[in-house]
Write a protein that binds this ligand. Sequence first.
Ligand code: CP
Ligand code: NVA
Length: 314
Amino acid sequence: MTPPIKHYLQFADFRADEYAYLLARAALIKRKFKAYEKHHTLNDRTLAMIFEKASTRTRVSFEAGMYQLGGSVVHLTSEGSQLGRSEPIEDTARVISRMTDIVMIRTFEQARIERFAEFSRVPVINGLTNEYHPCQILADIFTFIEHRGPIAGKTVAWIGDGNNMANTWAQAAALLGFTLHVSTPRGYEVDSQLAALDGNGGDKTWRHFADPVAACAGADLVTTDVWTSMGYEAENEARKKAFASWCVDADMMAVARPDALFMHCLPAHRGEEVTAEVIDGPQSVVWDEAENRMHVQKALMEYLLLGRQAGEFA
Ligand code: CP
Ligand code: NVA
């Protein structure tokens, strides 16, 4: 019997030991990339990328990454494909997965990517949904480890919207053993069910703070995101008012640990969720964070298609 296909639809889909493997493998892949060494483990494999929302980093990191692994890429958008003319997601999944080896989707509801995966013959990767952004958190954790060593036992402060990034950070904290402080305005809280590994809020390991400065106290990493995520644009004006005190600034960074890092998945709006002083300052690692999307996703695609690879990891 063929083993079930492995998908990556949310952070909770992998165990801690799989993350340990992936992070080590990504470090190896990054070193080889920097040394201009070929790493063609996915020769002749094809990645289909489906974007139902805009993207810069996800598009470039998956596309460049797949070519660097020796494979090729097909890029689809909803407007440019029959998805925009109401072809059912199940039929799209059946067709695309007969012609390609792996699929990355950026879409709206998590239920939509889950439905695609149900009808796909090949692994499916979540490139962002309304609920989760697992590839980004994988890159963020890789970046933290590069700069500061293991993340277990550390404290991450999430400041801003209780969105796809916040839910994914909460899942990662429960899986990888770090503490998550979350501060959101009233009405924009993290949904405990989405944030939990068990899907019913039963393993809640993060703590809510009404005051964003209190959430940053003693943090090893302070991180934030846009006040209005893609798909929520109609709420923009209301959100600008509600989030006014959730701008990561020098006062917030001052109560974090002196060696605290700042991260933002980007794109950023200087003067809204973060000041220019912080995002362009010495504690910010946002450019490494963006670059690392590519290295971790190369490890992820390789793992989903080939499983664990023996080899040098040191
Ligand atoms: N951080 C991130 O996913 O960026 P893009 O929207 O540009 O892909
Ligand atoms: N939370 C943001 C992340 C963008 C990469 C959004 O969903 O738009």
